[in-house]
Ligand binder design. Sequence first.
Ligand SMILES: *[C@@H]1O[C@H](CO)[C@@H](O)[C@H](O)[C@H]1NC(C)=O
Length: 454
Amino acid sequence: MANLRSLRLLFKATALLAAIFLLIFGFGILRYSDRVLRMQPISTGNVNHASAETSGGVHIATSPTTAPTGLPRKANDNLLAQAPEYIHAILNASDSTFPRLECPQPDLDRYDYLKDPPDQSEASQHPRFFFALDLHQCIHLLPRLLGSIVEAIKFLGPENCVLSTVEGRSDDGTFEVLDELRSSLQALRVKYFFQTSDINPTAPGTNRIETLADLRNLALQDLLAHPAHYDPDTTVIFLNDIALCMEDILELIHQRKWQGADQTCAMDWTYVGDNPTFYDVWIARGMTGDTFFKIPDDGSWDFAWNLFWNDDKARARLAAAKPFQVFSCWNGVTAFTAKPLLDGRIRFRARGPGECFQGEPKLFAKDLWAKGYGKIAVVPSVNVEYSDEAAKKIKALKGYVARHVVNEGDDGRIDWETKPPEKVKCMPDYQHQAFVDWDEGLRSRFLGKQKNGR
Ligand SMILES: *[C@@H]1O[C@H](CO)[C@@H](O)[C@H](O)[C@H]1NC(C)=O
């Protein structure tokens, strides 16, 4: 009997794993870090997945030739009618209309210096915090997500900040809220860019990664087009559709400054079952060049609990909630230097000839390394999830930033390595994993550019 029961359990576990595998990978490798990539809903049987994930449809898209400048769509009257409630919640941190992730009052003294201009003598009047988002069908997240961003903007000084959102093909009111937010943000004196696009990157014949890279660049459009309008020391804060607190944002910016980092990332999680698993495994690579957890070629996430199984250094730092260097990360929310973007040296892109198939955030990290911006780090005291409900659970489990700050020792600083790992795991899909040169394809890329006189 016992044997039969354990056999049955094993069978159930296998079936569950298969369903999870389908969910995560059956979607195509595109449903990686980035919820912009959410694919059509599939029947998931007994896997209780976050409702947000079944909202379906890869969202926004645009192509370089049709980058929208105006707003081609009109607000829906019914959806418009519900917008004020959301706007109020976004602007008022203590509004309780929506059940959102609760956020503690952070230790603001810690972040006070972020308000000061980096170079007093220069007294630059230009913004130096650029908040960027690509959003689709996530109105339920806006009170928390945009609320925390607005809080951070108020704290950092609205005149120092820019908020740039790109919305695509939402019919749940996301468009209307983002549109209606304009006047409130104007009153706050924060510069706001809002664009929308209805091109579908999952449409047959579309290069999805290229489309997603275009979307990211679209969110950064003003910064890319008018570098002189920005402080040379600008930080871009790029956020997925996640639930997070103001302190999460400020801590990522603080760690970028304090560590002298070029990019800092959170840890993002997903609840597929009762236990959370690290989510952004398709993009993230440690200094070993390997994934954050082992994925066998059957694609199972059985080893997701065992983060940095082959990387003692990162493992110890993670356990102590101290920042550590990685080759690449995105992890739901990231803060990075705008310098190479302002200098026109880097943009989001899809893979070129001779490069492994990979997502644009990983290529972004690779290009950062190539241009000498390899101080990329994960800040494990910042933990986010993709719904308010699950973010509450992850905060309860991993702790809010403020809790970790109290226990900060004197070994908080990262001992930066100046060279990337020689080989980095290429994972076009789970069945085809291989270590390749970290800079594969880059030499010919640069040579080609030189030949073309660029
Ligand atoms: C913010 O919301 C709280 C709780 O609903 C309310 O008491 C307060 O008056 C609001 N503040 C503003 C400025 O609207």
